[in-house]
Design a protein around this ligand. Structure first.
Ligand SMILES: Cc1ncc(COP(=O)(O)O)c(C=O)c1O
Length: 301
């Protein structure tokens, strides 16, 4: 575990041509298994679980979920048993994400897609509380008020002057924390990895106002870079990720960070940012998913 995620300045002829500067905040380096926004989201939840003397941490996710892998690792590190409610049927052998989770001691419990959709319904949750010995419940993606509190701390350790901060968005917890942490300063751009940006807009507004009782206007979702939806990819995305790795020596993954940086480069190319803009982009980790993605798609990442 390192205390502060370093800021890595990226150099590219494109940035020089458009007169912008870009730094990558390497949240992916925070911890080998609880990396990126995952540690930020879990930190206060783990403290709360300990305060409540919970023995079990239960959460939800798809079969390739970064959050499932990180929760399993966190439970192992903090002495909590973990249960993962996994969307869909069991496939054996387990993919790399789930076999990692099991190696950390996570108990996997598969539910149909239909049941999974009830993951926020009180009756469904009550049944899980009974079945798994009153666990501490963490929602899908780990996003709740305590996760927003943890993500609000991301901006506290950026020690350079900047104008824009960018992140990939799934459930919206990470961007909500950044917005709350900045209290109206700078501009925040979120790049949704899924279709349905309008829904996410409302979700982020709610997460922010629930956390700090305020709303802010210095943020927007850039909805044009989901590549067809969650975990959908196109050859130009994979080519970009390879270019990025060669140019900067930093690996991305195609579900979140690849799409965000593809979109960010595209905005820079289009002149979206005024000349002289200083931009920080978050590397939110998730590289554990690359092994499973490669396996599924027969790709080299
Ligand atoms: C690597 C990575 N980046 C970004 C996100 C998006 O975070 P959030 O769900 O808080 O919007 C996720 C998903 O949680 C993720 O795994």
């Amino acid at each position: 575990m390192i205390a502060t995620a370093p800021l890595q300045q990226l150099h590219d002829p494109l940035f020089a041509a458009q007169e912008v500067s870009l730094w990558l905040k390497r949240e992916d380096l925070l911890h080998p298994h609880i990396s990126g926004n995952k540690w930020r989201k879990l930190k206060y939840n783990l403290q709360e679980a300990q305060r409540l003397q919970k023995k079990v941490l239960l959460t939800f996710g798809g079969a390739y979920s970064n959050h499932i892998a990180a929760t399993a690792a966190a439970g192992h590190a903090f002495g909590l048993k973990t249960v993962g409610i996994i969307r869909g049927e069991e496939h054996l052998p387990l993919n790399p994400t789930l076999s990692f989770a099991v190696s950390c001691g996570m108990e996997l419990h598969y539910v149909s897609r239909e049941q999974y959709r009830q993951k926020q319904e009180p009756m469904f949750l009550e049944a899980l509380l009974q079945q798994f010995n009153q666990p501490y419940l963490l929602p899908e993606g780990g996003t709740n008020n305590l996760a927003v509190q943890g993500c609000a701390e991301i901006v506290q350790d950026i020690e350079i002057a900047y104008d824009y901060i960018c992140c990939a968005s799934g459930t919206g917890g990470t961007i909500a924390g950044i917005i709350a942490g900045l209290s109206g300063e700078k501009q925040v751009l979120g790049f949704p990895a899924l279709k349905g940006g309008e829904f996410l807009q409302q979700e982020v507004e709610q997460l922010v106002s629930r956390y700090c009782n305020r709303s802010f206007t210095n943020w927007q979702l850039i909805t044009g870079y989901h590549f067809g939806g969650y975990a959908k990819v196109k050859p130009e995305l994979l080519e970009f990720m390879q270019y990025f790795q060669q140019q900067h020596g930093v690996q991305l993954e195609p579900i979140y960070t690849g799409k965000m940086l593809f979109g960010l480069y595209d905005l820079i190319r289009q002149g979206f940012f005024p000349k002289g803009s200083r931009i920080v982009a978050l590397h939110t980790g998730g590289l554990q998913g690359n092994a499973g993605f490669k396996e599924r798609m027969g790709l080299v990442l």
